[in-house]
Every structure is written in C-alpha cells, then in structure tokens.
Write a protein that binds this ligand. Sequence first.
Ligand code: FAD
Length: 305
Amino acid sequence: MLRSVILAASRSSQVERLVATAPFTRDVVRRFVAGAATDDALRATRGLVDDGLAVTLDHLGEDTVRPEQATATRDEYLRLLKMLGAAGLTPAAEVSVKLSALGQMIDEQLAYDNARAICAAADAAGTTVTLDMEDHTTTDSTLEVLEKLRKDFPSTGAVLQAYLRRTESDCRELSSAGSRVRLCKGAYKEPESVAYQSAREVDKSYVRCMNILMSGDGYPMLATHDPRMIAIGEDRARWFDRGPERFEFQMLYGIRPEEQARLAGEGYTVRTYVPYGDEWYGYLMRRLAERPANLVFFGRSLISK
Ligand code: FAD
C-alpha cells in the first residue's frame, strides 16, 4: 500500500516540487546519489574501484519529451565515457542508460540513434553499456533496440525484471553465449495482468529466472540486496561452476555497502550502480518505495535540522 502511494508520487510534479524544496532532501539524496556533476561521478567511481568494486554509472533522467534534452543526455554520456577512459577507469566502470532519457517516448529511432552513439563511445573507451529497463509499456521496445544494438555491439547488456510474468521466457531468449543480462526484481508500479504482486511470488520468479540464467551460456548480473537471493546466487555459482569472470552481483550505491565489500572480499565480482546528476527525483522515490524504512531516514534528517 505504502509502496503504491510512493510510486504514484514518483510521477507527480507537485510532490516533486515539495520534496525538492524541503530542507532535509539534500542529505537523503546524498546517500543514494554520487553528486550532481560528472566530476562527482568520477570521484565516487575511483573510490569504489580502489575498493575492488566494479561500477556502472547512470546519468539520472527519464521520460524525456524534448529531443534537445535527449541529445544533451547523449552528449553527457559521451563526455563521461571519454573521461572514464582517460582516467583509466575502464573497463572496471561501464554505463547504464535509460532509453526514455534518450527519446524513446518521442521516437524509438531517436532513442536507438542516441544509444548507438553511446555504445560506440563505450566501445572506443574499452567498456560496455547496459540498457536499464523501465515500466512494462517499454519492455518490447527496449528489447527491440537491444537486439539492433547487439548486431554491432554484442556486449550491450539488458535488464530483466522478475516481477513481470513474461520474464522467464525473456530469460530463455537471452541466456545464450555473449548475452549480458542484469536480473532485478523490478522497481515500477505494475498491474496484476502483467506482474506478480506479492513479494513471495516475485522472489520465486527471481529464483526461477536466476536458475535459467546461471545454467545458460550468457553472463548473468544478479542485481539484488536481498540476503536470500544473494545466498541462492552463491549456491548456483558453486553448482554451475561459475567463477568471478562468468557472473557478477550488482547493488545500488549507498545500499548495503558492507555486503558489497564482503562479497568482493570473498572473490566475487561486485558492481555498484552509481547514479549522478540533478534529476534524482524518480530514482529516489523508487528507492523509498522499495524500503519504506528509508522514510525514517528522511524523518531523522528532518529532525536533526
Ligand atoms: P528487496 O526485497 O526489495 O529488498 C531486500 C533487502 O534489501 C531489504 O530487506 C533491505 O535490507 C535491502 N534493500 C532493498 N532496497 C533497499 C533500499 N532502497 N534501501 C535500503 N535497503 C534496501 N529496477 C528496474 O525496474 N529496472 C532496472 O533497470 C533496475 N536496475 C537495477 C540495477 C541494480 C544494480 C540494482 C541493485 C537494482 C536495480 N533495479 C532496477 C531495482 C530493483 O528492481 C529493485 O527494485 C531493488 O533492487 C530492490 O529489490 P531487492 O532485490 O534488493 O530486494
């Protein structure tokens, strides 16, 4: 219930204005977002890489309706990739891209063209791109764009969301050699017709999807903070004899950093998803919806002001 309310608020510009101007917001944003500028992203990346973690960087922004904004997002990724390469942070750092920030809502071809330019820049910098997955109305379009991009850039990664009923079948399609798939539970508010609604059903689906990916020939990227899913992932890695070069764990910046360090210390590949930029509102609200206990953190920041 609370999750639905927060996710509904994540699409409200009125609530956005309220949250953005609240005095406590800065502290909360700082916990989950590396900073506003490209240099902040580079600094956070350097720290994580020095600690033995891999990184995927997300320039925040989504649901773009102006072509010039989509172009500006593309250009920021091109700049970022050049800087990552020059700083020697590739291939440890790659980038995550939302097609809706590249113009998917305006025209799929525009989003493809922008994504293609980013893939070419990543390739030149010696690293990869993963296409984030957004709400279910974009899944087919995103997978179509992925298929086209993979013709020239075969290591472009996909994200599949275990809460969607279709995802087991998508995992089968994408479990072949060369394919990189991030498996997450899913962060959007979705109707029952397309998505499992209970946490138990989503968890069961996550395990079924993980089994398909870990027994397949692709490169699974297990994106979860859930201790049970992580333990099952470790078990499947042993069972399918997957060493640290054949799969990875992924977690978000600011969430369970000790667990990220523990897994890396045990020799697993662990990648931290690092968001940066000004457009943090939708991202932050999804993090609050996942764990309403984070609202307590919000509250504490308010009291301590
Ligand atoms: P949950 O059952 O939500 O949480 C399990 C435990 O993890 C909680 O009990 C808590 O201890 C901890 N935890 C989880 N979330 C938080 C939080 N916000 N704050 C503090 N602790 C928390 N979703 C998409 O729809 N599309 C994407 O492209 C996408 N990319 C992602 C990339 C990465 C690297 C990760 C880690 C997640 C991504 N997600 C994406 C979000 C994902 O779908 C989930 O919403 C999110 O990861 C929470 O699910 P969980 O597996 O951690 O399990």
